[in-house]
Ligand binder design. Structure first.
Ligand code: ADP
Ligand code: ADP
Length: 232
């Protein structure tokens, strides 16, 4: 379970303190697909980066399975982050590395041996439908294929949680559908908790169980997708 309690995040900027999150509390159950929707600048990205502590909250607690991440030092956090995969709008692939090496990268960093790496990478490439692209470079791939590489890389360390930061925003509607289907399959098959941030209502309606609407750093509404998006 992911439990964010009274999260506040204030950025120091040249123009003064900027409160990006004001008092955000959110509970995400294991196995859920949880959507966070809001306009640009609402605080979605800051919120999702607080879950893996890429941003340290100014106040509040971030508990994962009862462990408060805000109390951990950097080396303890590195261990916890292995349980949290992340994918991005711009894919963030290494352009000079092949598909295979992009997926292998986190495992190489962790010092895992080549044989174990290939036993891990090959089934992942198969799972995302890229088993025939292992030797290609990102520039040779479509947007959807690049995001499939991103997903395989995110899953390489066997995470319990997958964070998706506008993961389909750079893709056309049809490709978006196929990536959302893949994310749903992964959620079901691997029982991974998924957190999706998006500005697109359709993404939420297509695959999320629950949704939080964020506006100017505050949760305006949250609950099941049906409840939040049905007129009273
Ligand atoms: P969203 O993902 O909903 O677009 P963000 O979390 O990216 O929102 O941004 C929320 C607010 O915080 C915005 O006003 C943005 O300009 C500001 N912000 C985000 N990241 C930083 C940063 N690293 N430094 C200063 N301000 C930031
Ligand atoms: P290293 O580059 O660390 O020596 P390897 O000896 O494991 O890595 O592999 C050499 C290169 O072959 C890798 O950089 C990788 O791009 C590629 N490679 C390894 N295994 C596969 C595979 N199953 N499919 C496609 N390419 C692979």
């Amino acid at each position: 379970m992911i439990k964010l309690s009274h999260i506040k995040k204030v950025y120091d900027t040249p123009a003064g303190p900027l409160p990006a999150l004001k008092d955000v509390s959110l509970t995400i159950a294991d196995g859920e697909i949880y959507g966070i929707i809001g306009l640009s600048g609402a605080g979605k990205s800051t919120l999702v980066r607080c879950i893996n502590m890429l941003e340290r909250p100014t106040a509040g607690t971030v508990e994962i399975d009862g462990q408060d991440l805000t109390k951990l030092d950097d080396s303890q956090l590195r261990k916890v982050r292995k349980n949290i995969g992340m994918i991005f709008q711009q894919f963030n692939l290494l352009s000079s590395a092949t598909v295979y090496d992009n997926v292998a990268f986190p495992l190489k960093l962790a010092g895992i041996d080549k044989k174990t790496i290939s036993q891990k990478v090959e089934p992942l490439l198969e799972m995302v439908g890229l088993e025939n692209k292992a030797g290609q470079y990102p520039s040779q791939l479509s947007g959807g294929q690049k995001q499939r590489v991103g997903i395989a890389r995110a899953l390489a360390s066997d995470p319990k949680i997958l964070l998706c930061d506008e993961a389909t925003s750079a893709l056309d509607p049809q490709t978006t559908q196929s990536i959302l289907k893949l994310i749903k399959d992964i959620n079901k098959k691997l029982n991974i908790t998924v957190v999706i941030i998006t500005h697109e209502m359709q993404v939420i309606k297509d695959i999320c169980d629950k949704v939080a609407v964020i506006d100017h750093g505050i949760i305006a509404e949250k609950g099941t997708v049906i409840k939040v998006f049905t007129e009273p």
